[in-house]
Design a protein around this ligand. Structure first.
Ligand SMILES: [Zn+2]
Ligand SMILES: [Zn+2]
Length: 322
């Protein structure tokens, strides 16, 4: 079964995808993303692969006959793609040369552009779950793209706030935030010509760094050649910094935020950024999203962002000096 169900309490859509339970058990050493698997080309650098058991598809089944005049269902229209970062099974982002990550940036931009062509798609979400701690069973380096037929709630909230901020203050809320962080300095980890990496004032996670473009760009396709290469380099050093922090492959959720598509024109107030959400508070302590975070959406960060930003700066220097 695959369908969308509306939660009337939050006015948000839930993707029901029970067919994903039917995913076959893979033989122990088989990796579908490795070049000799028969599932992907025998020779590739980076590669877009359509998810075999997608939660959203361009030919969704009819929703089950369970809706009422109160409970709403909708077809699970959309697209779920897997993006393979490298043919090498165990390599990680910080180990890839910048020129290789640049190919990934180009592929992301190409996919964003292709998916927004479909007018039924309202938000293209590019992300990566990394590490067993966040549920990844396949070590082969990869990320995903979900093209939703709606704007997810958290994004809707940010877009609403950004629209309001522009209307009240005649400037982009994200540009203002970046200006404030740059002026305060203590939460900035590093900055290059086109991007700033910082731990935001309100960070929900001890090491939840943001990458934000220094100039106002609302989606990844707007970056020129030079900016794309620097985004690749920034991703390499940011992920390397996180790995250096406790000398371990740092688990994280990496979420790329681009403007919504095929709806309101948000380019004036939506500003490209990437947020990392690493569920670690120290080398062996996990920061769970527990009752307050999950049930009330009230986050508790057990660390002081100015202190953890200083730790991150040290980890960044350690990574560069390696
Ligand atoms: Zn593999
Ligand atoms: Zn801006």
């Amino acid at each position: 079964m695959a369908e969308l169900r509306k939660n009337p309490l939050t006015n948000d859509w839930i993707m029901i995808a029970s067919h994903r339970q039917d995913r076959p058990q893979m033989p122990k050493d088989y990796c579908p993303f490795c070049p000799d698997s028969g599932k992907v080309p025998s020779d590739y650098d980076v590669y877009k692969y359509d998810n075999d058991f997608p939660a959203l598809s361009t030919a969704p089944p009819q929703p089950d006959n369970v809706s009422t005049d109160f409970f709403e269902t909708a077809p699970s229209y959309g697209k779920c793609e897997v993006v393979l970062y490298s043919p090498k099974h165990t390599i990680t982002m910080p180990e890839l040369p910048t020129a290789h990550i640049r190919k990934l940036v180009d592929l992301w931009a190409e996919r964003f552009d292709a998916l927004r062509e479909d007018e039924k798609i309202k938000y293209v979400f590019i992300f990566e779950n990394r590490g067993e701690l966040v549920g990844v069973t396949m070590p082969h380096p990869h990320g995903q793209i979900y093209a939703y037929p709606f704007v997810p709630k958290k994004l809707e909230l940010e877009i609403d706030n950004a629209r309001q901020y522009l209307s009240d203050n005649k400037k982009c809320m994200f540009c203002e935030m970046l200006g404030q962080e740059s002026a305060f300095k203590k939460r900035v980890i590093f900055k290059n010509r086109h991007f700033t990496v910082f731990l935001p004032f309100f960070s929900e996670y001890p090491y939840g760094v943001y990458i934000m473009s220094n100039s106002h760009k609302s989606n990844i396709t707007e970056f020129n050649d030079d900016e794309r290469t620097e985004l690749a380099e920034t991703l390499r050093t940011t992920s390397g910094m996180l790995d250096s922090l406790f000398d371990m492959k740092f688990p994280y959720m990496m979420c790329m935020y681009n403007e919504p598509v095929n709806g309101e024109e948000a380019s004036e107030y939506f500003h490209f950024h990437i947020a990392f959400y690493p569920p670690m508070r120290s080398a062996n302590k996990i920061k769970f999203n527990a009752s307050s975070e999950t049930g009330a959406w009230a986050h508790c960060n057990p660390t002081c962002p100015e202190d953890t930003a200083a730790e991150l700066r040290m980890a960044y220097n350690n990574f560069l000096n390696k």
